[in-house]
Design a protein around this ligand. Structure first.
Ligand SMILES: [Mg+2]
Ligand SMILES: [Zn+2]
Length: 197
């Protein structure tokens, strides 16, 4: 496996990056205005440069895992099957760029119902059960919200905040940006940081 070693800042251990955990909405696809949910493929609008960025991570031998809170399921707005279908279409769309996501994990629950709603660690545990070589020290969490960055921090991963559309940032985005080791405008730029030396 080809790995990459990047300087994340003072007091951040330098270790090769082997796994990148990606939040979905706001990182891979456009976040909808607050309170609206991505319910189906029709709502799924890939952000610029994302398939190419994922393909670059793939070619570098870095595992790409999606971890997504989907409380719209608990709210009855769509079903888990709709999410699975969306992820199949996303994978097919990425394949046109020779890009792939190695694993999808999502939390279908609302608040305080489970151990898998980020920032809780359940989605990480599910991924690590399937890919035993995953370890926090060699992982990076990339997300656009405070629960994403807290998820990564609590597990001991390095973290990257994606700024995205300022009009669609959630409350807590500024705190997340401060807490993260790094911040970039897009996944494309974050991948550039991880892969360029
Ligand atoms: Mg998000
Ligand atoms: Zn859950």
């Amino acid at each position: 496996m080809i790995t990459t070693v990047r300087e994340f800042g003072m007091n951040v251990p330098i270790a090769a990056v082997e796994t990148v955990f990606l939040d979905r909405d706001g990182v891979i696809n456009e976040k909808l205005p607050e309170g609206q949910f991505v319910r189906s493929w029709a709502d799924f609008h890939m952000l610029p440069g994302v398939p190419e960025a994922i393909a670059r991570l793939n070619r570098a031998g870095i595992r790409v895992i999606v971890v997504s809170n989907q409380s719209g399921i608990a709210r009855g707005l769509y079903r888990a099957d709709d999410v699975l279908e969306m992820h199949r279409k996303l994978q097919a769309s990425l394949a046109q760029y020779e890009a792939r996501i190695d694993g999808f994990y999502f939390c279908p629950h609302g608040n305080h119902q489970c151990n898998c709603r980020k920032p809780l660690p359940g989605l990480y545990e599910q991924a690590a059960a399937e890919f035993p070589s995953i370890a926090p020290a060699t992982s990076v969490m990339i997300g656009d919200s405070l629960p994403d960055i807290e998820f990564g921090k609590r597990l001991g991963m390095r973290t990257i905040f994606i700024e995205g559309n300022p009009e669609r940032q959630k409350p807590g985005a500024e705190a997340a940006a401060m807490l993260a080791n790094r911040r970039f405008a897009s996944l494309d730029q974050a991948a550039g940081f991880l892969l360029t030396d």
